[in-house]
Design a protein around this ligand. Structure first.
Ligand SMILES: Nc1nc2c(c(=O)[nH]1)N(C=O)[C@@H](CNc1ccc(C(=O)N[C@@H](CCC(=O)O)C(=O)O)cc1)CN2
Ligand SMILES: Nc1ncnc2c1ncn2[C@@H]1O[C@H](COP(=O)(O)OP(=O)(O)OP(=O)(O)O)[C@@H](O)[C@H]1O
Length: 201
């Protein structure tokens, strides 16, 4: 019997988050550092031109990769970093993250710039995820925050590029795809950048 997509996603989310939680802090730190080594590569440059671009990262929660050093490296490459903040159960916006700016608690256990920071629209989103496949289909924490944020920017004609950020152990053979899901262009893991193969539907 085949489970509905929502339930399949819940199973994959729990399974892959458990694998991620099982990585030791040392292994996570080493893998996060390895991700940084993959941004100065032809594949990354094919995926994205950093000059003057606004890029959303994230302040790590739970057992997520720590991409703060990667964000600082992108800043040096000419990127304007921003971070997501949760406005309510359905909505996130992105606030500019100026070098050295203070950060505050921003809901759901997250951390980001305070309300004095400018709200900006990213050209590239580095998207945290629970599980992904090679078609660029992803599962987050189940709130739909990123799906809605991307849909809003797409509707404005901004069409931000999206690169998922995950450890290699979060890859699964296939993520069920629902109409509101917006595929990733690529996924960055400690093993390198995976350029997604778009599925013909
Ligand atoms: N680092 C980081 N920042 C982020 C996200 C993220 O995935 N990672 N988000 C991605 O959307 C947004 C925040 N959304 C989130 C949604 C759910 C949970 C979460 O841990 N949910 C718990 C239930 C907690 C509760 O209801 O209070 C859970 O899933 O067990 C965290 C963040 C924006 N900022
Ligand atoms: N563009 C959208 N408009 C309205 N509802 C949406 C949209 N995108 C997702 N949702 C809703 O959000 C809920 C969670 O979606 P889903 O299971 O795909 O979350 P997720 O991909 O794990 O979360 P996230 O996007 O926060 O990482 C679903 O109930 C879905 O219907």
């Amino acid at each position: 019997m085949t489970l509905p997509s929502r339930e399949q996603k819940a199973v994959l989310r729990a399974e892959r988050l458990a694998l991620r939680d099982a990585l030791s802090p040392e292994v996570r730190a080493e893998a996060s550092a390895a991700m940084l080594r993959h941004i100065d590569t032809p594949a990354f440059r094919r995926a994205f031109d950093p000059a003057g671009a606004t890029v959303s990262g994230f302040w790590p929660i739970r057992s997520e990769p720590d991409i703060r050093p990667l964000m600082e490296c992108l800043r040096i490459m000419g990127v304007r970093p921003c971070l997501p903040v949760v406005l309510d159960r359905e909505t996130i916006v992105f606030r500019a993250y100026l070098a050295g700016a203070p950060v505050v608690k921003t809901g759901f256990g997250t951390t980001g710039p305070d309300e004095t920071a400018a709200v900006v629209d990213p050209d590239l989103m580095l998207v945290p995820l629970s599980a992904f496949d090679r078609h660029g289909h992803r599962i987050g924490y189940g709130a739909g925050h990123y799906d809605r944020a991307i849909a809003r920017l797409d509707a404005l004609g901004r069409r931000p590029r999206r690169i998922g950020i995950a450890f290699a152990c979060q890859e699964v053979a296939s993520v069920p795809f629902e109409p509101h899901d917006i595929p990733l262009d690529a996924i960055l893991t400690e093993e390198g950048l995976i350029e997604t193969r778009r599925q013909q539907v």
